[in-house]
Write a protein that binds this ligand. Sequence first.
Ligand code: HEM
Length: 81
Amino acid sequence: TSAFPIFSQEEVTSHRSLEDGVWVTYKGGVYDITEFVAMHPGGDKILLAAGGALEPFWALYAVHNQEHVLKMLSEYKVGEL
Ligand code: HEM
């Protein structure tokens, strides 16, 4: 069993702006990256994934396929789908 709460896709989709919070999903995990947006090395492009899945974007920007990036993402986990 997981220590994290379960969120619906609708709940995730409702968080797609800096005002409402920026949530994304990755491999079944839900992440609140609101505080990370301003620190992202790739700038505002990160907001393209707001409210949805990272996978299609990270497939295009392979720079994310590194251990240190996944570790960074894990720090923002708030739940699971
Ligand atoms: C670079 C994290 C989402 C586009 C990076 C780097 C990190 C990072 C750590 C630097 C990697 C390195 O050089 O070793 C993240 C995290 C994301 C996220 C934690 C989600 C929570 C996205 C999305 C896009 C994107 C959705 C595109 C739609 C880019 C680009 C770079 C980059 C273009 C290269 C910037 C450069 O070197 O000029 N990201 N990223 N990222 N990211 Fe992201």
